[in-house]
Design a protein around this ligand. Structure first.
Ligand code: ADP
Ligand code: MG
Length: 393
């Protein structure tokens, strides 16, 4: 009973009491995330460097004696239910499918679950690119595991993989592994270097005197999915063509900048520039890790700036709104660097900011961004937070 119950958890407890007429026994949570650097590298077997946010999705719950699951969603204001022996996609309650999918994925892995009554609520903005979906899956995984007495049955990386499988195969969204991985394995005051090929990972200390300011452009992302597929195809094309000279490469991860320059004539100008982004971005991630380890925030910020430039000029996934946002962030005192984060064309930008200067960056965003775009943005400040947890109430 060492758990400190904050206002949000208390609200969930009160709602549980109201809906189920008893007190919940457990609390589970999974945070959202932001990627500091390493964009469009994941599907090229490369490196990413995300951070878990202070914003999370939480469940309060009580195990049941049967295999029924009843979940009340605070944000959607409705209850959904399902039977662990009859899991099927629910077209009327999309949010419930992430939870069903997680149950399905855990049982596929051989983890026998019992039913739960639960209330779920989150403050990770939904559909803004901060991965509320992974936060929901990871929080659901820990809700099921703790209720079933199986909290130690699976490793963190395995839970992340099962959550990705839930989203890929049950919900039907083709996401990578990064979001679930960081939501599960994040640590306060650390970023997480993930090797998307081997799934090796390493915590990277974030200096205490640094904050992240994240801003949602709230601009349309309608171009994002077709461009994403096109970029992936161009990367594959690059690997296919470079193999004529470099038969051992499997992905752009295996190509150095020197090799890319040497065999540039094998590629069209566009494919060359796409490859140059990925190859240089992988390098920037590793340099950024070194900079953070040395406490060199100015250097980490410069690498984030260079990442944005590469995404804008070579990968061509920025947009006028993202460029305006990044420019507004960089104009503020205490901003070490800023870049678009996520697939691009809209969504969020992230800035590395000297602690104490968060408000100056937010002020600069509100002073410049709406004027440039006619859109009112959303701004969040966070430090690197802990990954998932589950505990007795
Ligand atoms: P993102 O992961 O970028 O936030 P997605 O479209 O992948 O956006 O996932 C958002 C979906 O996840 C929501 O539409 C909803 O179905 C589900 N979700 C996220 N947060 C919650 C929540 N607090 N309660 C219920 N469902 C949620
Ligand atoms: Mg998502």
């Amino acid at each position: 009973m060492s758990l400190l119950i904050d206002e949000r958890t208390q609200t969930l407890i009160d709602e549980f009491q109201k809906h189920f007429g008893a007190a919940p026994q457990y609390l589970s949570r999974g945070p959202g995330r932001v990627n500091l650097i390493g964009e469009h590298t994941d599907y090229n077997d490369g490196f990413v460097l995300p951070v878990a946010l202070k914003r999370d999705v939480r469940f309060v719950l009580r195990p049941r004696a049967d295999r029924q699951v009843r979940v009340y969603s605070l944000e959607f204001g409705e209850e959904g239910s399902f039977d662990l022996d009859a899991l099927r996609f629910d077209p009327n309650r999309l949010w419930l499918n992430y939870i069903q999918g997680m149950a399905w994925s855990l049982e596929q892995e051989g983890v026998r679950l019992i039913g739960i009554d639960a209330v779920v609520s989150g403050n990770v903005p939904r559909g803004s690119g901060l991965s509320s979906s992974a936060a929901l899956e990871i929080a659901a995984a820990h809700a099921f595991l703790i209720a079933s007495g199986q909290s130690v049955a699976l490793s963190g990386p395995r839970i992340a993989q099962l959550a990705q499988r839930a989203e890929n195969q049950f919900v039907g969204v083709n996401c990578g592994i990064m979001d679930q991985f960081i939501s599960e394995l994040g640590r306060a005051n650390h970023a997480l270097l993930i090797d998307c090929r081997s799934l090796d990972y390493q915590l990277v200390p974030m200096p205490e005197a640094v904050s992240l300011v994240i801003s949602n452009t709230r601009a349309s992302r309608s171009l994002a999915s077709s461009a994403y597929n096109e970029r992936r195809a161009q990367c594959e094309e690059g690997v296919r063509l470079l193999r004529q000279a470099l038969p051992d490469i499997r992905a752009l991860r295996d190509v150095s900048l020197e090799q890319l320059e040497a065999y540039r004539n094998l590629l069209s100008e566009t494919v060359y520039r796409r490859c140059r982004h990925v190859v240089s971005e992988n390098k920037r991630v590793l340099h950024c890790v070194a900079a953070l380890q040395q406490g060199d925030l100015a250097k980490a910020g410069r690498l984030m700036n260079a990442s944005h430039e590469s995404l804008r000029n070579d990968y061509e996934v920025s947009s006028p709104a993202l460029d305006a946002m990044v420019e507004a962030m960089r104009s503020a005192k205490g901003c070490y660097g800023a870049r678009l984060t996520g697939a691009g064309f809209g969504g969020c930008a992230v800035a590395l900011v000297q602690a104490g200067c968060e408000q100056a960056v937010a002020d600069a965003i509100f002073a410049h961004y709406p004027k440039a775009t006619g859109i009112w943005p959303e701004v969040y400040t966070t430090q690197a937070a802990d990954g998932a947890s589950a505990e007795q109430l």
